[in-house]
Design a binder for this molecule. Structure first.
Ligand SMILES: [Zn+2]
Length: 315
């Protein structure tokens, strides 16, 4: 166990208070969400008066996150745990058990369960260490249609604890779905001119986005998730960029930034930081995707303008 793990384990004892397991009876007062995106989805339908606690601070990389002692009371305070699943936030299950909330882990809602996962490699979908993709790609929320399924799962979970909330949950779910349907038309129109245009991605975060909006991910810079590319990989990526005339490099805001300048210089790429893990102001999933799509469409337009002027793609 590393030092941080030891500190977390030792601190867990402070929060191991006896708490009756939630059995589906009684209202949920506090919902714990693992990531910023999970919490944005939850806020779309959470009834008035239900508290929402976010474990992973916005801007932290969920796939490199190790829980801290300060996360223990946050987890211990919950009645219902929401997680992205597919190996993305397995640390939440460990954290729940550390605060002796096996009930919370057992009743947690895995929002990936009702979405069609991509890159499924086997029966299990959990990553072994949480620092690489498991048997499926976990970035499912970047397809807005999957977000609808996830929000419906959250509403169903709350409804199961409190049937008196059915009207409120149903109304909020309808509002979210209507807003998302309208936004999806807007996003599809914004990205339609760039369908099948090859782009590069630093991390393998964007297959769901690419499938929904017909983007062509020519290659990912990381040959394996979480492993920084060496010189040979960078040369290979630069070669792909030149051969396929790729202009844009999609990066997550949590990606390590030190390699981006060398890579963009070698292949004349424009880096496009996207708020793919919810790094936007406010509580809204639709606003997050608005920002992401706008940034991407603007980058395509900018690269086209640079080409029209006969210049280098570098900003
Ligand atoms: Zn990932």
């Amino acid at each position: 166990m590393n030092r941080r793990g030891f500190v977390v384990a030792a601190s867990a004892a402070l929060f191991c208070r006896a708490r009756p397991a939630w059995s589906g009876e009684g209202r949920v007062a506090t919902v714990v969400g693992t990531t910023a995106v999970v919490c944005k989805l939850a806020r779309a339908v959470l009834p008035a008066g239900v508290q929402l606690v976010q474990i992973l601070p916005t801007g932290f990389d969920p796939e490199r996150f190790t829980p801290r002692p300060g996360d223990l009371p946050l987890m211990a305070s919950g009645d219902l745990l929401l997680r992205a699943g597919a190996g993305f936030d397995d640390w939440a299950m460990t954290l729940a058990r550390r605060v002796q909330r096996a009930d919370l882990a057992a009743s947690s809602i895995d929002l990936s369960k009702n979405v069609p996962l991509l890159e499924v490699k086997g029966r299990a979908v959990e990553a072994s260490d949480g620092h690489a993709h498991g048997a499926a790609n976990p970035h499912w929320w970047l397809d807005p249609v999957n977000a609808k399924s996830a929000v419906a799962s959250i509403a169903a979970a709350i409804l199961a604890t409190d049937p008196t909330r059915e009207g409120e949950l149903s109304s909020r779910l309808d509002s979210f779905n209507a807003a998302l349907d309208g936004a999806l038309l807007r996003w599809s129109a914004a990205l339609a001119p760039y369908a099948n245009r090859p782009v590069l991605a630093y991390h393998n975060s964007f297959p769901y986005l690419a499938r929904r909006f017909r983007l062509d991910i020519a290659a990912t810079v990381e040959a394996r998730e979480g492993v920084s590319p060496g010189p040979a990989r960078l040369a290979e990526i630069a070669s792909i960029a030149r051969t396929r005339n790729v202009r844009l490099l999609l990066v997550e805001q949590a990606d390590p930034g030190e390699l981006t300048p060398a890579l963009t210089r070698a292949a004349s790429l424009i880096p496009v930081p996207l708020p793919s893990n919810g790094e936007t102001e406010g509580d809204s999933y639709v606003a997050m995707m608005d920002a992401l799509v706008t940034r991407l469409a603007d980058a395509f337009a900018k690269s086209d303008e640079i080409l029209r002027q006969g210049g280098d793609a570098l900003p």
